[in-house]
Design a protein around this ligand. Structure first.
Ligand code: FES
Ligand code: FES
Length: 174
């Protein structure tokens, strides 16, 4: 194990939503703070700051992770994805589109205040990539790691099931 000098800043390089980034941080800097305050990626929300609410969930090397439980120095060389990286690149006219999962959330009113939404999207995005034919129970298990005070969860499950069908090519929405 390497011990870092807490008084010194450390340079951390990683890929954020497909773009190489470099940031100077203290060893104790949380990834949430590095993303939000250092890199302006404020789509990642901070709720409990101790791993319970799920609001800060991002993906590190494709797997969901709590950014509030991750030190920025831990993502050296990693591929980090936040909610800002979910939507596809803008089309030829510069118009932004939502990802299939985001669009399903919109259709099903699966968010209200939206505070929990970025984290839930990042967990479900990773889950649906690995699980093309999910059960309601499995989706319930995934979102059980996230606290939402607004929706009652049912529309989130509906949106995830519909997105899974569309990702499999079994349904199409415009
Ligand atoms: S802010 Fe990270 S789990 Fe709540
Ligand atoms: S939409 Fe408000 S907390 Fe989930």
């Amino acid at each position: 194990m390497t011990l870092l000098n807490q008084k010194q800043k450390h340079r951390v390089s990683f890929t954020l939503n497909g773009v190489p980034v470099e940031i100077e941080v203290a060893p104790r800097t949380l990834l949430t703070d590095a993303l939000r305050h250092g890199l302006g990626a404020t789509g990642t929300h901070v709720g409990c700051e101790h791993g319970v609410c799920g609001a800060c969930t991002i993906q590190i090397n494709g797997a969901p992770a709590r950014a509030c439980l991750t030190l920025a120095v831990q993502v050296e060389g990693c591929v980090v994805r936040t909610v800002e990286g979910l939507a596809p690149a803008p089309d030829q006219d510069g118009q932004y589109r939502l990802s299939i999962l985001q669009a399903a959330f919109r259709r099903h009113h699966a968010l209200q205040c939206g505070f929990c939404t970025a984290g839930i999207l990042m967990s479900l995005d990773a889950f649906l990539r690995e699980t093309p034919l999910p059960s309601v129970e499995a989706i319930t298990e995934v979102i059980g790691g996230h606290l939402c005070r607004c929706t009652g969860y049912a529309p989130i499950i509906d949106a995830a099931m519909e997105a899974a069908a569309e990702l499999r090519g079994d349904a199409k929405h415009v």
